[in-house]
Design a protein around this ligand. Structure first.
Ligand code: AMP
Ligand code: ZN
Length: 145
């Protein structure tokens, strides 16, 4: 599907700061993060909305979001929690028509920073950020949460 930006990222035709990849899933940094480390998890195979997403693919997508949320806690970003959000359909403000799960790192007391991030959505050191999350994921996989 050449008109889909996430399909272009999946096949390497568009750039992204990749955090995790396997045969079926890709996680990369959101280009306009709400907080530093905001990621998107996508099934590699194109589905526009939940209505055309295979249920097992959806479960795998959430499982990876779960792992990444825990990896953020183990990373140098030192998250205390995360918002996992999926906007399904334009009625729910889905703007990219390829199913994706947002994983947004949160810290205790970050309400103001979060609110500012929602407005500004500025990317900060994306390469170093992706590296830090990958290291957190390695830590989580070897040592657990
Ligand atoms: P949604 O409103 O749930 O459809 O969110 C789409 C998300 O995709 C937004 O947070 C965008 O910032 C993000 N996004 C759009 N284009 C790109 C891109 N090329 N690379 C990374 N993230 C993107
Ligand atoms: Zn797509």
């Amino acid at each position: 599907m050449s008109s889909c930006i996430f399909c272009e990222i999946v096949c390497g035709d568009a750039p992204a700061n990749r955090v995790y990849e396997d045969d079926e899933l890709l996680a990369f940094l959101d280009i306009r993060p709400i907080t530093q480390g905001h990621m998107l998890v996508v099934p590699k195979s194109h589905s526009t909305e939940l209505a055309d997403l295979d249920a097992d693919a959806g479960a795998r997508m959430f499982r990876l979001g779960h792992r990444l949320a825990l990896a953020l806690r183990r990373s140098d970003l030192a998250a205390d929690g995360a918002n996992l959000v999926l906007n399904d359909g334009t009625a729910a403000f889905q703007t990219v028509g390829h199913v994706h799960l947002h994983v947004v790192p949160r810290r205790h007391g970050d309400k103001l920073r979060f609110a500012t991030g929602l407005i500004l959505r500025r990317s900060k050191e994306p390469e170093a950020t992706a590296l830090a999350i990958r290291a957190g994921l390695d830590r989580f996989e070897t040592e657990g949460s």
